[in-house]
Design a protein around this ligand. Structure first.
Ligand code: NAD
Length: 299
C-alpha cells in the first residue's frame, strides 16, 4: 500500500467515522473542515468513537491513544492536503458545495493526490471535470457505523484510471473494509439502489399520515425479519442527510408530496434538534429506543 497520508474532508456523521477507522488501521489522517467550530466538533466526535471501538471491537487503550495521535486537524485546505496521497470527501450532499470544494481542492492539492467522494446519491462524473484530474477521481462509499458495517463500494466514472481504481480497492481493504467494486456508474451504488426506495416509501407513508413511525417500522421488522425498520435506519443516517436528499428530489421533480416530506423533516425534526441517533433523538429517543423494547414486536 503506497498511501500513507490521508485527508478526510468533512467531519460529520460519516467523515469522523472514516477518519477514525483509517487512523485506527495505522494511516496518518488529517481532518479538514470549514472552520474552527467545525474542528472542535470533529474532536468531540473522534473522542466519542473511542468507547464504541472499545465495546464493539475490543480496542485497547493503547490502540485508541495511537489512533488519536495519528489524527491531525486543519481548517486550511491547502495545508491539510500538502502531502496527501488520498483525499476522502465527506462534505454535505449538496451539489454546489461539493462542486466548489473540488474546484478549490484541484488547485491546491499536489499532483500525486487521488480524490474520492463518499457521496451517497451523486455521481463522480458530475464532479470529475471540476477536480482538474478526472483520471485520479472516483467514488469510495462507506456505510454508516463503518467499523461494523464494513462495506466500501468503489465506483469508477468513465474517465477513472484502472490502476487508481485498483489502488483504492487495496486501500479499502487495508482499512478493514470489504471492498465492493462497481465497474459502471450506478446512482445509489448497490446499497442505496436497494435502501433509498425503502426509506423514501416509509417517509411518504408518514407524510401522507397513513401510519405512524412505530407502525411502519414494526411492519417491516415483523414481515422481513429485519432487526431495524426504515425510521430506525433513518436515525442512523441522520435527518440532515435525509432532508438534503429529499429537498433536492422535490426541487428536481416539483412533486408536492415529496416537498411535504421535506417540510415534515425540517419542521418536526431538524428545527427541534432531533437530528438522529448521533444526538440522542430523531424518530426515536436513544439510548433506549422503543423498537428495542421486548414487547415492541409482540401481539
Ligand atoms: P454531515 O452533515 O453529518 O457532515 C458534513 C460535514 O461537512 C460537517 O462536518 C460540515 O462542517 C462539513 N462541511 C460543510 N461544508 C464543507 C466544506 N465546504 N468543506 C469541508 N467540510 C464541509 O454529513 P454526513 O452524513 O457525514 O454526509 C457526508 C457525506 O457522506 C455526504 O455526501 C453523504 O451522502 C455521505 N454519506 C452519508 C452517510 C450517512 O449515513 N450519513 C452514509 C454514506 C455516505
Amino acid at each position: 500500500m503506497n498511501y500513507k497520508h490521508v485527508v478526510v474532508a468533512g467531519s460529520g456523521v460519516l467523515g469522523s467515522q472514516i477518519a477514525f477507522q483509517t487512523a485506527f488501521k495505522g494511516f496518518n489522517v488529517c481532518i479538514y473542515d470549514i472552520n474552527e467550530e467545525a474542528i472542535e466538533n470533529a474532536k468531540k466526535r473522534i473522542e466519542g468513537l473511542k468507547p464504541t471501538y472499545k465495546s464493539d471491537l475490543g480496542a485497547t487503550e493503547e490502540e485508541l491513544a495511537d489512533t488519536s495521535n495519528r489524527i491531525s486537524y486543519s481548517a486550511d485546505l491547502s495545508k491539510a492536503v500538502a502531502d496527501a496521497d488520498l483525499v476522502i470527501e465527506a462534505i454535505p450532499e449538496v451539489v454546489n458545495i461539493k462542486m466548489k470544494f473540488y474546484e478549490e481542492l484541484g488547485k491546491v492539492a499536489p499532483d500525486k493526490t487521488r480524490f474520492t467522494t463518499n457521496s451517497s446519491t451523486l455521481l463522480p462524473s458530475q464532479f470529475a471535470e471540476a477536480t482538474g484530474r478526472p483520471e485520479k477521481f472516483l467514488a469510495l462509499h462507506f456505510a454508516n457505523e463503518i467499523w461494523k458495517n464494513n462495506t466500501a463500494e468503489i465506483m469508477k466514472h468513465e474517465g477513472t484510471d484502472s490502476d487508481i481504481f485498483n489502488e483504492v480497492i487495496e486501500f479499502a481493504k487495508a482499512i478493514g473494509m470489504v471492498a465492493l467494486p462497481l465497474h459502471k456508474e450506478q446512482p445509489g451504488y448497490i446499497l442505496n439502489s436497494l435502501l433509498v426506495p425503502l426509506l423514501d416509501a416509509a417517509q411518504m407513508l408518514l407524510a401522507k399520515e397513513v401510519a405512524d413511525v412505530e407502525t411502519i417500522d414494526k411492519t417491516w421488522m415483523i414481515a422481513t425479519g429485519s432487526p431495524l425498520g426504515p425510521f430506525a435506519i433513518l436515525d442512523i443516517v441522520g435527518i440532515n442527510t435525509a432532508y438534503n436528499i429529499t429537498l433536492a428530489k422535490a426541487k428536481a421533480t416539483g412533486d408536492v408530496q415529496i416537498e411535504k416530506v421535506a417540510n415534515l423533516l425540517k419542521t418536526e425534526y431538524i428545527d427541534k434538534g432531533k437530528l438522529g441517533r448521533s444526538v440522542g433523538e430523531g424518530f426515536y429517543k436513544y439510548p433506549n429506543p422503543s423498537f428495542n423494547q421486548p414487547d415492541f414486536l409482540k401481539v
